[in-house]
Design a protein. Sequence first.
Length: 291
Amino acid sequence: MFRLLETWPVVRGMIYHPVKWSALDPASAGLDPERVRPVQVTTEDGLTLHGWHCVGPPRIDLRPFVVPQFHAGIIYFPGRGGHRGYRLLEIAELIDAGAEVLLVDYRGYGDNQGRPSEPNLALDARAIWELSQTLPGWSRARTVLYGESLGGALAAQLAARLCDRQTPPGGLILRSAFTSMTEAACHNQPWLRWLIPAGWYPSIERIPRVTSPVLSLHGTSDEIVPESMGRRLFEAAPPVAANGLPREWVAFPQAGHNGLAVSHGPLLRSSVARFLRQVVARSHHPETAVD
């Protein structure tokens, strides 16, 4: 029944807030083509998605380029609004934390055709993962899934799928993530309980299957996904990953749902950098962690 409801324009409009852009290339976004390279990938159902492989800071970031002392790849799964150009500041923080970043817009977002839905975005996530493993220098054990809000649900779903197949990613970072889309939507608009059934983007049911290290980042004043909800999702993850790294929770004081890179850039960068160091260290020496 819900699959049918999700196809209704009025319901889809409440769920997904894409911003379309006919030609979202690095140069038009003010980025250095030598540092941000366009990529594309074809999904299982034949749709072509466009995105960026970011290997250096966006031009708008005026800080000196920081050469990472370690290397990891981050797949950035964005939230339900905007397009990849809205994530420039957060991409810059992740790069300064020591990562290359792959960000491919979902179908219906940016310069991509198609219509978003839960099963369709799952197809997009799988295709983006396959693309990541073809990038120079990337490997499964050093690839971290980074999910923002709705993207956290997609990252958790993909991580659970990969762990089920005994091919876990290097790590999972949840940023402002919810237990389920149903609970998050009804938290702000209780009347939606009459329209939206339970079990929509059920991250809290999927995350117990994730054997990779987990880092959760959440604002204490998140008005869309309350901190208590993010905490419940975090506590549903295994306390210790298969490689021995414990799950980690980082609270962002007085931060809301959006704009962590603006209000708490240094904390975001340092938290991710520490996590990446641990992931990379364990990819070389499983018995050793980095504090």
